[in-house]
Design a protein around this ligand. Structure first.
Ligand code: URP
Ligand code: ZN
Ligand code: ZN
Ligand code: ZN
Length: 474
């Protein structure tokens, strides 16, 4: 007797779409095939729906003190918002300041995340390379957290890793079978441009993007890739925004360097014209939004395999936090100063809908490719495959049912991210998640959240060495 059978759906993996039923027992996939309704305690009819492995979010910042702000959601609220977007596992970063132990901070973060309704894991973060900090890398890998984040910018904010730190973390990550993750922007280029704007007395939203142009990202991207080649290991580059960086990636991947590139929904659908508006500060994120031409380069990278990962980089700040250090002019408009605006956009809940609509329904990627980009590839690179990322016997029963014809107009009202604006307000998406199942339990159905606070469990990860030896997730 099974606990649940999902009947009559189309079961998606990166390799195939198969019309069959999914039988679930004790939170795991028990079998795929054809079953009678009488064989389970309950049955979900998935006629006409795609049955996909739950979305894995490996890039978000929730309750993360940054630039004087904290974010709008608790981890429980974040897990609810994610669940409505088909997310069944998420990962966040340890909060780090100099002098702190990365390992201790990662454990503290896991504790904070334990109120989540979905499974969770933690990445280490490195801001310095003291012997103590480097020694923590092995402890983190042993504890199931073999991924180590570094920022190549944010020096003023106190979280930048300098080149020496990067090299030392890259080296130690290699020794423990882990992967560094980097935010690539040249702090030097950004800061020298910001200084010029300050001297010219123009700190407008528009100048934010101009201070961090494509080259600012591409220089750091290339440096991180050369460091990786020098050390001889793999690398994850988060939130990549442009074709110049992808050209570097292609050269490295052609040499079989395991360089895993991520992009996110906002770089595919939002552009730098937003900085021209009075409320352009709501769109400030790093790297900045780019142009539709760069977005086409990203789609090409998704199609040709240069980009194998997507992540939302969710940083959900409400208007009060985005505006909290700003002043107004006598006429009520903002006294624009982009250095006083916290960086980051919301995106956890809309990653799957946007990729369904702009990707699958516009013919840019197949539903199988989407499965890889939102779930399977993430599970492989971050070290939780095949427990996560695939609908196969023995895997966790983390599943999202997708209606590829469902139309939704995105707005702050339809999302569950606790904020009073939506940068995609009015955008019609076609294709939407309609049911989310986490470890065999329905947590979203008919627009209702049915999950439970604290039901999520810490996910121990270990990266398969083959993904560190070659550029391939096959
Ligand atoms: O603007 C962003 N992305 N803020 C969050 C921190 C980061 O850089 O990922
Ligand atoms: Zn970043
Ligand atoms: Zn981020
Ligand atoms: Zn190879």
């Amino acid at each position: 007797m099974f606990d649940l059978i999902i009947k009559n759906g189309k079961v998606v993996s990166p390799a195939s779409t198969v019309a069959c039923d999914v039988a679930i027992k004790d939170g795991k996939i028990a079998a795929l095939g054809h079953f009678n309704a009488s064989e389970a305690a309950s049955v979900v009819d998935a006629t006409g729906k795609y049955v996909m492995p739950g979305v894995i979010e490996a890039h978000m910042h929730c309750q993360a003190p940054f630039q004087g702000c904290l974010g709008a959601n608790t981890f429980f609220e974040q897990s609810i918002s994610g669940a409505f977007g088909g997310v069944t596992t998420f990962m966040d970063f340890a909060n780090m300041s100099r002098g702190q132990s990365p390992y201790t901070q990662a454990l503290a973060r896991a504790e904070e995340m334990s109120e989540s309704a979905i499974d969770y894991s933690v990445h280490g973060k490195f801001v310095e390379s003291t012997p103590e900090a480097i020694a923590d890398i092995e402890k983190m890998a042993d504890a199931g957290m073999p991924t180590f984040k570094m920022f190549m910018t944010y020096k003023k904010e106190g979280v930048m890793s300098d080149d020496e730190t990067m090299l030392k973390v890259f080296q130690k990550a290699k020794e423990v079978g882990g992967l560094p993750m980097v935010h690539c922007e040249s702090n030097a280029i950004a800061e020298s441009n910001i200084e010029k704007c300050r001297q010219a007395g123009d700190m407008s939203w528009v100048n934010f993007a101009k201070c961090k142009p494509v080259l600012c990202e591409a220089e750091a991207f290339a440096r991180a890739v050369y460091f990786t080649e020098y050390i001889g290991n793999g690398l994850i580059v988060v939130h990549t925004t442009n074709g110049e960086a992808l050209d570097t990636a292609r050269r490295a991947q052609a040499k079989d360097l395991p360089l895993y590139v991520e992009t996110g929904p906002h770089y595919l659908t939002l552009f730098d014209d937003l900085y021209q508006g009075e409320n352009g500060h709501l769109a400030i994120c790093s790297p900045p939004l780019r142009t539709p031409e760069e977005a086409e380069d990203l789609w090409q990278g998704l199609k040709d395999g240069t980009i194998l990962l997507t992540g939302s980089d969710d940083c959900t700040f409400d208007i009060d936090e985005k505006s909290m250090f700003l002043e107004k002019n006598p006429d009520g408009t903002w006294k624009q100063d982009f250095t006083k605006v916290v960086n980051g956009l919301s995106g956890l809940e809309i990653r799957l809908p946007i990729l369904l609509s702009e990707g699958v329904n516009k013919g840019r990627i197949s539903i199988n490719k989407l499965c890889a980009l939102t779930s399977t590839n993430i599970a492989k690179v971050y070290g939780c495959y095949p427990q996560k990322g695939i609908i196969a016997p023995g895997s966790d029963a983390d599943i999202v049912l997708v209606d590829l014809d469902k139309e939704v107009v995105l707005s702050k009202e339809v999302l569950h991210n606790n904020i009073s604006y939506c940068l995609h307000e009015g955008m019609k998406v076609i294709g939407y998640p309609v049911m989310t199942i986490a470890k065999g339990k329905i947590i979203v159905e008919n627009g209702q959240f049915k999950g439970e606070k604290g039901a999520g469990r810490f996910l121990k990860r270990k990266i398969d060495p083959q993904y560190l030896a070659h550029y391939s997730l096959d």
